[in-house]
Design a protein around this ligand. Structure first.
Ligand code: FOL
Length: 204
């Protein structure tokens, strides 16, 4: 049963969005997102599973996200992504993952790329559901606070403050080794925004 990796950029109060988009524009951070989600062995692809609002938030020229199996989740059975045929439409995570297992191109890794309601659906899965989230690539936006965020992922609070320790933050070396390339370590600064690349793993 495939495991899922969640990719998210969030403030220290777990804000991820504003007015249907990202609260910031960080070209190097989004390049990291693109590289992580695209990197796969020759002949393989990763999936990028997203909710409909997230799909609509991606600039037209970047969607479907190249070299990834794009899956859009919506309960609207008639929903048409303009790019008919190149995008898989499903109603929930389970049927998305199930469908991806039948794709001609083998899927290396499954990435859940948002937004808030899909992150919540994904966090709610457990080992008994077959597929579940066992890894989070979190870009923690340290400053400024982006207090005008209107979309939050409260599950990130439990994850990062989990004293019982079912989620643990992995070392920077583990992050580089998992993504397969050198990731800048420690606080990064771009356009006056400070952020840090982190990896969290669920202990079973
Ligand atoms: N995770 C992280 N770490 N940062 C994000 O910005 C992010 N964004 C989303 C989900 N997880 C994230 C959802 N929003 C694109 C735009 C918005 C978006 C996700 C992706 C996008 O256009 N991506 C292009 C690269 C664009 C560029 O290089 O400017 C891609 O090919 O991935």
């Amino acid at each position: 049963m495939p495991r899922l990796t969640l990719v998210v950029a969030a403030t220290t109060t777990h804000g991820i969005g504003k007015s249907g988009g990202l609260p910031w524009r960080l070209p190097k951070e989004i390049s990291y997102f693109a590289r992580v989600t695209t990197s796969a062995p020759e002949g393989n692809q990763n999936s990028a599973i997203m909710g409909r609002n997230t799909w609509e938030s991606i600039p037209r020229k970047f969607r479907p996200l190249p070299k990834r199996a794009n899956v859009v989740l919506t309960h609207n059975a008639g929903y048409q992504c303009a790019d008919d045929g190149r995008v898989i439409i499903r109603a929930d995570l389970h049927s998305a993952v199930e469908h991806l297992s039948t794709c001609p191109v083998p899927i290396h890794r499954h990435f859940v790329i948002g937004g808030a309601s899909l992150y919540s659906e994904a966090f709610a899965l457990s080992a008994t559901d077959g597929s579940y989230v066992d890894r989070v690539l979190l870009t923690r936006v340290l400053a400024p606070a982006f207090e005008d965020c209107d979309t939050f992922v409260s599950e990130l609070a439990q994850m990062t403050e989990d004293a019982a320790g079912s989620w643990v933050r992995k070392s920077h070396l583990d992050l580089c080794s998992w993504v397969g390339f050198d990731v800048p370590e420690g606080p990064q600064e771009e356009k006056g925004v400070r952020y840090e690349f982190q990896m969290w793993e669920k202990q079973l």
